[in-house]
Design a protein around this ligand. Structure first.
Ligand code: TRP
Length: 333
């Protein structure tokens, strides 16, 4: 049998998963699990670089895990695990640090941004964040990494570290590449008309997988609109296009077409549209939220998922590290 390509991705458990995570990542992960050998990780160690206070960490980790499963990831098919449960990660991270240069780390966009936003805590972990990320990926010798655009630079650095290792110690790592299933990334716009939905920015403009039905309806009703087009077939302003885009994601075709038509004929009523979108969004989110809640409340099950994930990821990591130590020359007999 031909060996399956290896997929690896991670997410920092620092907040609540939202619709952007669902359409941008999770939905693709669920498709990938059928065709690839998949490692999906919660980057709890990475989160310490920006969130040293760990009061909420366990809660976030468990909820994200529950939400992953509720969205359709099957812990029997993929390795679903916490970064801190695979100690080989930190060993590889250390070796890769010797192949990473201070200059390139300082030039990394995310490092510069974070150094600016937390000037009192510009820790070395922040500087070497991309090295740890490379360790996550190379540990499984993954070649496919489903991530968003904001991670491209980190991925390029992972490729550089892999190539430097291969060059110095012999071919071991494939070059990891960004990977998006099918037709590329779906944009999930924020409700305030500014950018994408995001974990930390404007919470009232982001729909979370854990939002109550009421919260979803209220957020959608508050989305920015105007008094409507005054000439037929007008190009939509961004904030209106965003509402249509959300409708494309969760409503049925006939609903979408009827509002498109109403818009083109200048008889659209945004109040009605947002109400309809609210109902369709509730229908979409509620089953995920309810499933996630019931998984979240089953600590025994969550624990067994974590253990199984750690064992699968650990086996792959141990096999790679045997080869890494031998390649580097840290093996004397
Ligand atoms: N840095 C990634 C992010 O912020 C999370 C991450 C950690 C990751 N390790 C990874 C992503 C390995 C892909 C592969 O989104």
């Amino acid at each position: 049998m031909q060996k399956k390509d290896i997929v690896m991705s991670g997410i920092r458990p620092t907040g609540f998963l939202h619709l952007g995570n669902y359409f941008g990542a999770l939905r693709n992960f669920v498709r990938m699990q059928e065709e690839y050998e998949c490692y999906f990780m919660l980057a709890d160690v990475h989160s310490l670089t920006t969130h040293p206070d760990t009061k909420e960490l366990a809660g976030h980790v468990k909820r994200v895990l529950a939400e992953y499963i509720a969205c359709g990831l099957d812990p029997e098919k993929v390795a679903l695990y916490c970064q801190s449960h695979v100690p080989e990660t930190t060993e590889l991270y250390l070796y890769l640090n010797m192949l990473a240069y201070k200059g390139e780390l300082e030039k990394t966009t995310t490092f510069k941004e974070k150094a600016r936003s937390q000037p009192d805590n510009v820790n070395a972990g922040l500087l070497t964040y991309p090295v740890l990320q490379a360790a996550d990926i190379l540990l499984h010798r993954a070649s496919l990494v489903p991530v968003g655009k904001d991670q491209e630079q980190h991925l390029e650095m992972s490729r550089n570290f892999a190539n430097r290792f291969n060059h110095r110690y012999g071919d071991l790592f494939p070059e990891p590449k960004a990977f998006n299933f099918g037709s590329g990334l779906v944009k999930v716009p924020s409700l305030d008309g500014a950018g994408k939905m995001s974990k930390s920015e404007n919470q009232s403009a982001t729909i979370y997988l854990s939002d109550s039905d009421d919260a979803i309806r209220k957020k959608l009703m508050k989305a920015k609109t105007d008094s409507g087009p005054t000439a037929p077939n007008t190009v939509k302003p961004d904030y209106i296009e965003n509402i249509f885009q959300l409708m494309r994601l969760v409503s049925d075709e006939a609903t979408l077409v009827s509002f498109e038509k109403a818009y083109d004929e200048c008889r659209i009523r945004y109040g009605d549209m947002k109400k309809q979108l609210g109902e369709d969004m509730v229908k979409f989110i509620a089953p995920i939220r309810e499933k996630a809640e019931s998984i979240r409340n089953d600590e025994g099950y969550l624990r067994s998922v974590m253990e199984k994930g750690a064992a699968k990821a650990g086996a792959s990591a141990a096999a790679t590290m045997e080869k890494v130590r031998a390649a580097i020359g840290l093996k004397y007999y």
